[in-house]
Design a protein around this ligand. Structure first.
Ligand code: GLN
Length: 483
């Protein structure tokens, strides 16, 4: 097996003692990436030269006996809405296709300090709006486990890259499920941290009250390792929380004895694929066999598609319409040629620069915020958001983690849902409430369908209980039969 197929925690000890060089590992990863990129299209840009230079610097410093960071020499891919100084950050959009970021995101600073090797930027739905990575100016990404299927989205490039061993680790962003759902579709681990756990500085905003950066990894331990590096307070993000960062790897051996695992009846209602239903039930039984206690809970608002999908898409689109106002052809990125006046410049730039889904959301979001409709839509959605939070507060009084599906189906075929935005939005039924409530969530592989497609299970916890999530996820991973 090639070096590129190993996990960060397997590579780390070999890199630390110098038995394996960072350059050798980086070359193995980049070679495999170049060979498989045409078929999968997980990357928008690859920084061969830069990555090899970073790897060589790690090797040199090791040879000199200098101390190295916790991810020294480990290749990492970044979703292309995370800013890296001097490199392109496109957000999967024509409007930013030549935008070069003048600074590093805080997570990138953390990765550099950890001596990770940044190999490139991954494909995504334009401005993270989508669930399939088909809304990208750079063409769709394919699911490495089934090339006629989508990898999920919007962090589909990051999930596919990890699943295809084109990188060791990746970062995505999750506004309504964009780390967890593609992880589920591609059979990898995806962790969405508590809102405020990871700095959003240098993350291009989609919906600021929901966005959070999170790791995609080949296993739970690697996700813990990555979270350890990126978590923490950042004065440059006013919503980042000043709370100590626990030792996430240390909790992985604690098991689930005595842990109360909640199953919400609304998460197993109509529309859920029966194979997924069974896989999640089997996951629950395995946790029980390991000493957890199963409890039934109810999420009448947070688990109801009419409320959670409705509130999420209203709030996300309203915030997006404000956040995307900055792309006007004056300050950032693309400027339409030959406009007659300023109004025309805005009009042409935005008409040509944004794709159809982004335009739909800007229009719907602007509508929901407009004077006559604000109370009926935006305000209502915020009220529902409060009820969703209360639902989870009540549930977490009765249990320590919630176990649910990640998505109602396995990965669908490319093109299958593109013409039906509502159908596409409904894929997010189990993930969006988590962002509305600011909770942490993790998606872990829970088996495969009879046709061989990955099935994910989702674990949720109260704010800042990532340790509990990781403990339970580790047990699920270790007890899931390989098939
Ligand atoms: N699919 C959801 C949306 O389109 C979530 C996307 C995300 O988490 N970035 O808004």
């Amino acid at each position: 097996m090639g070096l590129n197929t190993l996990r960060a925690h397997e590579l780390r000890p070999r890199l630390q003692v110098g038995e394996l060089g960072a350059e050798e590992l980086t070359r193995a990863v980049l070679d495999h990436l170049s060979a498989t990129q045409p078929a999968i299209n997980a990357f928008i840009s690859v920084d061969q030269e830069g990555a090899l230079a970073q790897a060589r610097s790690v090797d040199q410093r090791r040879a000199q006996g200098q101390p190295l960071g916790p991810l020294a020499g480990i290749p990492v891919a970044l979703k292309d809405l995370i800013c890296v100084r001097g490199g392109r950050t496109t957000c999967g959009s024509r409007i930013l296709k030549d935008f070069v970021s003048p600074y590093d995101a805080t997570v990138v600073e953390h990765l550099r300090r950890a001596d990770a090797v940044l190999i490139g930027k991954t494909n995504m739905d334009e401005f993270a709006m989508g669930s399939s990575t088909e809304n990208s100016h750079f063409g769709p990404t394919r699911n490495p486990r089934a090339p006629d299927r989508v990898p999920g989205g919007s962090s589909g490039g990051s999930a596919a890259a990890v699943a295809a061993d084109q990188t060791i680790l990746a970062l995505g962003s999750d506004t309504g499920g964009s780390v967890r759902q593609p992880a589920g579709y591609c059979g990898v681990v995806g962790l969405k941290p508590t809102y405020g756990r990871v700095s959003r500085y240098g993350l291009v905003a989609y919906a600021s009250s929901l966005d959070q950066i999170g790791p995609l990894a080949k296993d739970v331990q690697d996700a813990a390792l990555m979270l350890q590096v990126i978590a923490g307070h950042d004065p440059r993000d006013a919503t980042s929380v000043d709370q100590p960062v626990p030792d996430y790897e240390a909790v992985l051996t604690q098991g689930v004895k005595g842990l109360r695992v909640g199953l919400a009846r609304e998460h197993f209602g109509p529309g859920l694929d029966s194979e997924i239903h069974q896989a999640v039930q089997r996951a629950a039984s395995r946790l029980e066999e390991e000493g957890a206690q199963l409890v039934e809970v109810s999420l009448p608002v947070a688990g109801h598609p009419d409320y959670c999908i409705g509130a999420y898409y209203l709030i996300a689109m309203a915030e997006a319409s404000a956040n995307l106002a900055r792309y006007d052809g004056v300050r950032y990125g693309y400027r339409a040629p030959g406009s007659r006046n300023l109004q025309d410049l805005y009009h042409q730039t935005r008409s040509q620069g944004f794709g159809a889904e982004v335009k739909r959301r800007i229009m719907l979001g602007t509508y929901a915020l407009s004077a006559g409709y604000y109370d009926a839509y935006y305000l209502k959605a915020q009220q529902v958001r409060t009820l969703i939070r209360r639902d989870f507060d009540q549930a977490f009084a009765a249990c320590d983690v919630l176990l649910s599906p990640v998505a109602p189906t396995t990965a669908f075929r490319l093109g299958e849902q593109l013409e039906d935005p509502l159908q596409m939005y409904l894929n997010d039924i189990y993930t969006v409430s988590v962002n509305l409530a600011g909770l942490p969530g993790i998606s872990v592989p829970a088996g495969r369908s009879t046709t061989g497609l990955p099935i994910g299970a989702q674990l949720l916890a109260a704010p800042f209980r990532e340790e509990t999530l990781l403990r339970a996820a580790q047990v699920l991973e270790q007890t899931t039969p390989l098939n």
